[in-house]
Ligand binder design. Structure first.
Ligand code: AMP
Length: 130
């Protein structure tokens, strides 16, 4: 059975898309730790980060860096934090989280955003991508 992220990538489930290329996809986390919390995933469905082929791993990190640089411009913060967990969704994903305090990297700390806010943030991040 396909992961929920594979369904998002295929357009079968909606998301607030931030970026996409042939191999990678970025979208906003639906239950964000902080405003701008973004997930970056390889389109190829692999469970664990360090099981990725080296080229895919390197490509994922390269793509995540591009998104993180745009994210920091779109959502001013002290820095963008990175986390890889995967205990909920068994499809590799890099969490990019705008950090202003240690609370923001704590997955028990959540913020509530309206659909229009998600849309605005996704559009803003996209606009800073290069
Ligand atoms: P983890 O697998 O523990 O790294 O956590 C999975 C993350 O995916 C959580 O932060 C969820 O909020 C997020 N998530 C789960 N379903 C969706 C979805 N449909 N759209 C966006 N984010 C999601």
């Amino acid at each position: 059975m396909s992961s929920i992220f594979t369904k998002i990538i295929a357009g079968e489930i909606p998301c607030y898309k931030v970026a996409e290329d042939d191999n990678f996809f970025a979208f906003l986390d639906i239950n964000p730790n902080a405003k701008g919390h973004t997930l970056v995933v390889p389109k190829k469905e692999v469970n664990k980060l360090f099981d990725l082929e080296e080229d895919t791993y390197n490509g994922l990190m390269h793509f995540a860096r591009r998104v993180a640089i745009a994210l920091e411009k779109a959502v001013p913060c002290k820095r963008v934090g990175v986390s890889v967990v995967g205990l909920e969704v068994p499809h590799v994903h890099v969490h990019l989280i705008p950090l202003n305090s240690m609370n923001d990297i704590d997955f028990k700390h959540k913020v509530s955003l309206k659909p229009t806010e998600f849309e605005e943030i996704a559009t803003a991040i996209s606009s800073y991508l290069n």
